[in-house]
Design a protein around this ligand. Sequence first.
Ligand code: HEM
Length: 279
Amino acid sequence: MKLWHIVLAISISLTSPIVQAAERLLTIGGAVTEIVYALGKGNEVIANDITSVYPEAALKLPKVGYMRTLSAEGLVSTNASMIIAEAGAGPRNVLDQVRGAGIKVVQLTDGSHTPQQVAADIRTIGKELNAANTEKLASQYEAAWKNAEDKLAALQGHPRVLFIMNNSGRGAQVAGDETAANAVIKLARGENVMAGQYKGYRPLTVEALVAAAPDVIVTTREGLEASGGLQNFLKTPGISMTPAGKAGRIISMDTQYLLGFTPRLPEAVTELAHAIRKP
Ligand code: HEM
């Protein structure tokens, strides 16, 4: 080897940046998936779960089932090098088993359903993946939320809202405290008619529905489709006896967009706030 070959080799090795090896990422939870793509790391994702419906590229990847009912075999069989999971993903022992099998598992810890949670999630995931645009994305999101919040503050009234979830095959469930639905209703400056009564979800009963007397009922697009469309939904026992049912004030929105606490939260809350105020 000639001297100039050696000099060239040394100077190339000194000037070339340290390239980080790409991960084989498994993203669990629609918000995690969305953030990973927004950080420009979508090309490193090899699989995700069934709540990962956005962006469209995420839909085409292999699925490991539902984020709340994961199985260790399903996760390990993807051959992922890193799993990033939402705070609500589990069961916990399954994620521990996968860690035991030597796969790096990063689980977000903040499940508070706040706009600030989304910014924190962007920063946590961005740091894990060494994404160059992390701070840009986080501050863009924060500015979008601030802008939405200022406009929401000018809206009149607090419509009385009942939220019905029907995605799980367990029948219609109504959102109480400490749910994502309760949080988005409050952010949209509505009042959850079930607030202060119970935590989580409870099956819909005619008595509770009639007593709650919501002005507007919010549900998911997927749930409305599962119940056979709006006309069938309106036939759900009790609904026609509420002010919302009588006036046909039923709103449906995409589950992940509305409840996922993703970077699209400012748009989702703004859309909900206007929809619940439509006469
Ligand atoms: C395999 C079918 C499914 C089952 C068995 C299921 C089950 C459940 C259960 C039990 C809860 C309530 C958790 C709690 O009480 O804290 C829940 C909440 C939720 N599910 Fe599912 N689900 C299914 C499919 C889906 C799909 C396909 C999506 C999204 C595209 C989804 C999105 C959500 C969201 C966003 C919540 C939180 C709602 C809130 O806190 O307001 N689920 N699910």
